[in-house]
Design a protein around this ligand. Structure first.
Ligand SMILES: C[S@@+](CC[C@H](N)C(=O)[O-])C[C@H]1O[C@@H](n2cnc3c(N)ncnc32)[C@H](O)[C@@H]1O
Length: 257
């Protein structure tokens, strides 16, 4: 397990992805595909890290803040509880747990996201970790949560099993992810208009528009609420339920170990 320090790493690292070369941290051109190869995903998030939180607020019109409150309400963090916030990125999804007195571990694959997080929130104990091989003991956490991260992991079923492994018996899982709007008119507007506009809006915010093409593609390809619930059950979670937010644009799935 490697902890991330607040010291910036100025060495230029170079990644190879699908025959292309790019410098990590360079916002241009890093885009993952639906194969979700970890090197591609990490490089893409490295590239958007500096503006990630700002672009999130712009693209969701601030709704992301409401969704984050719903996640915390679903986890119900108690002071002193050990909570894993997997795919924590810059730690924006982790901070409310620390504020509630829990011992939150923000873990992420992308060093770029972690470095930005550590600069902004030095009090959080960021960990560089891969969802498919978590560097934690069995039953290490009282609760595990992942916000807008599961969709980016190469193997959903394996990640759900790995999350289950690190949760103590009786512990909780809460997954916050983009999902399928329940009303036909909203599905049409969301898929037909909003998702198509994402890269354009991202371009206006001077971020990496191709990364937001991937965002739209990965949302379109993501399973519906019942299918994800079945995947949770198959991974060993019980009492699985979900709650739609903003008409199903986002869904919160929860279960018990
Ligand atoms: C959209 S961001 C979400 C960040 C944060 N949870 C939030 O709500 O703002 C998705 C994060 O998933 C991380 N990620 C993708 N694949 C991962 C994996 N296999 N293991 C750990 N983190 C991963 C990315 O590095 C990225 O920081």
């Amino acid at each position: 397990m490697s902890r991330v320090s607040s010291r910036s790493d100025h060495r230029a690292r170079v990644s190879v992805g699908r025959g292309r070369l790019w410098r990590v941290g360079e916002p241009r051109g890093a885009k993952a595909t639906l194969a979700k190869r970890r090197a591609d995903v990490a490089a893409m998030f490295d590239g958007v890290a500096a503006r990630y939180d700002l672009v999130n607020d712009v693209l969701t019109g601030g709704l992301d803040r409401r969704w984050r409150h719903a996640v915390v309400a679903a986890v119900v963090p108690e002071p002193g509880e050990r909570i894993l916030d997997l795919a924590a990125g810059t730690g924006t999804s982790s901070k409310p747990f620390a504020d509630a007195g829990a011992l939150v571990v923000p873990a992420d694959l992308s060093l770029g996201m972690l470095q930005v997080g550590k600069q902004r929130q030095p009090e959080l104990a960021f960990v560089n970790a891969d969802a498919l091989a978590l560097p934690f003991a069995d039953g290490a956490f009282d609760a595990v949560t992942i916000s807008f991260g599961l969709r980016n992991v190469e193997d959903t079923a394996a990640a759900l099993t790995e999350l289950r492994r690190v949760t103590r018996p009786g512990g909780r899982v809460v997954i916050c992810e983009f999902s399928t709007p329940t009303a036909a008119w909203l599905r049409l507007a969301y898929h037909g208009v909003a998702l198509r506009a994402l890269p354009l809006i991202a371009r206006l915010t001077a971020s990496n528009p191709v990364a937001y093409e991937y965002l739209a593609e990965s949302i379109r390809a993501w399973p519906t609420q019942p299918v994800l619930a079945d995947a949770l059950t198959a991974a060993g979670w019980r009492d699985v339920q979900w709650q739609n937010l903003s008409g199903g644009i986002v869904a919160l799935h929860r279960g018990r170990a």
